[in-house]
Design a protein around this ligand. Structure first.
Ligand code: NI
Length: 187
């Protein structure tokens, strides 16, 4: 396996709409998925989308976790040509980060529950429901396939902050309701 270079904010691949994978059983796709998992783990991420490693295809890896503490023990999910549907359950705000925007975090509102469907590397259908952090990870990673980065989802850029500064209380009370740092996606 190979550690891949992660594209950072400003690289055009992050703003492009990714193309369908086609054959999920192709050896090149299997290798890409394995390399993405290794790269995500090495970088301390909890999700990664192929455009973040300069491959503009609809492939993501994501940890099906309810909290960051579980991230070491859980096997990543590989999702080929994934689709999401928001479910009832409303939305919630939490801090997110992104391996393509190192050091920065910001509050993003996401659906609390989603249903997902994709193919696995054997070409079988994978489907399920996700909520909380896992639902947030899926929404963040699928945004990458549309060329959307988390700051483009923020409604109040005042919460955009370097992670190392989030130990300071934020001036606006509305930001204090959410725990900074711990729960957010970094994918
Ligand atoms: Ni990301």
């Amino acid at each position: 396996m190979t550690l891949l270079k992660i594209a950072r904010l400003g690289h055009p691949v992050l703003l492009a709409r990714a193309r369908p994978v086609g054959d999920p059983t192709a050896p090149a796709i299997r290798k890409l998925a394995a390399d993405m998992i290794e790269t995500m783990r090495d970088a301390g991420g909890i999700g990664l989308a192929a455009p973040q490693v300069h491959e503009s295809v609809r492939l993501v890896v994501a940890l099906p976790i309810a909290s960051r503490e579980e991230s070491r023990a859980v096997e990543p999910l590989v999702l080929v040509d994934p689709e999401l549907v928001p479910l009832d359950g409303g939305s919630e705000e939490a801090f997110e980060g992104c391996l393509s925007i190192p050091g920065l975090r910001g509050l993003v509102r996401r659906a609390r529950r989603v249903a997902f469907r994709a193919l696995d590397l054997a070409g079988r259908t994978v489907e399920g429901e996700a909520e909380g952090l896992f639902a947030r990870i899926l929404q963040h990673e699928l945004d990458h396939l549309e060329g959307v980065l988390f700051p483009m989802r923020m409604t109040d850029l005042r919460s955009l902050a370097f992670e190392s500064e989030l130990r300071h209380p934020l001036a606006d009370d509305s930001f204090r309701a959410t725990t900074p740092g711990g729960e957010g996606d970094r994918g």
